[in-house]
Ligand binder design. Sequence first.
Ligand code: SAM
Length: 231
Amino acid sequence: MSTLYVIGTPIGNLGDITLRALEVLKSVDYVLCEDTRVTAKLLHKYEISKPTISYHSHSGLAKVDHIISLLREEKNLALVSDAGTPGISDPGSLLVSQVKDALGDEVKIVAVPGPSALVSALSISGAPSSDFLFLGFLPHKKGRETLFREIADSTRTVAFYESPHRIEKALASLEKHFKESGTEERKIVVARELTKVFEECVSGTATELMFHFANHQDTVRGEFVVTVFPR
Ligand code: SAM
C-alpha cells in the first residue's frame, strides 16, 4: 500500500522542521510542493535530493490524475506547502480529498505534524483558545463586511489570515463594527512575520493598532495573522 504523507514545514525559520519530517522527506519517492523553488531551499538546507512535483491552486485534473497514478503504482509521496501545515488555507485539502475519493482504503494518508501560522499566532496571543473560530483568508469583497460584523458579535476568539494590502483596512472595519456593537475596547493581536528576522506581535484596540501601523508604515509588509479576543 502506498502512503501520502502530509508534512508541516517551517513558516519562516528553516530550523523549525521536525526530525520525523526530515526522515520522511528522505524516504519518499516524490515530494509534492506548492512552489518547487520554495521547497528546494528547504531540501537543499537538509541535503535532501528528491524529485519534486508542483501541485498548487491552479493545478488541473491531469496533475491530480498523475499523482493518483503514482500512488496506484505504490509510490510513497510527501505533500508540503510553501509554509506551515498543508490543508490549512492552502490547496493541500483539495488534493487530500481527491486522493481519498479516488483511492479510498488503497492509500494511507499520514500526518507529519509541524508548524502552522495559525497555531503559532494563537499561542502567543494570550487570547482564550480552548474554543476559537478560524476564518482563513476573509473574502476581498462580497461577504467581507458581514464577517466583520460576525467577528464583532463573537463570544469566541476569532483568528484570520490577512495580507499587507488589506491589514489596515481590516483594522478600520473592525474598529467600525466594534463601535457599532459597543465593544471598542476589544483586544486584537496582530502577529507578523512569525519566526522570521522582522517578527513582531502587537496588541491593542483596533484604534491603537491603526495608529501603530499608520506610524510604522515600514511594518505594513510580510505575512499577518490577526487574533481578536471574544466580546
Ligand atoms: N498552511 C499555512 C499554515 O499552516 O500556516 C498557511 C498558508 S496560507 C496560504 C499563508 C498565510 O498564512 C499568510 O498569508 C499569512 O496570513 C499566514 N502566515 C504564513 N506564514 C506566516 C508567518 N511567518 N507569520 C505570520 N503569518 C504567516
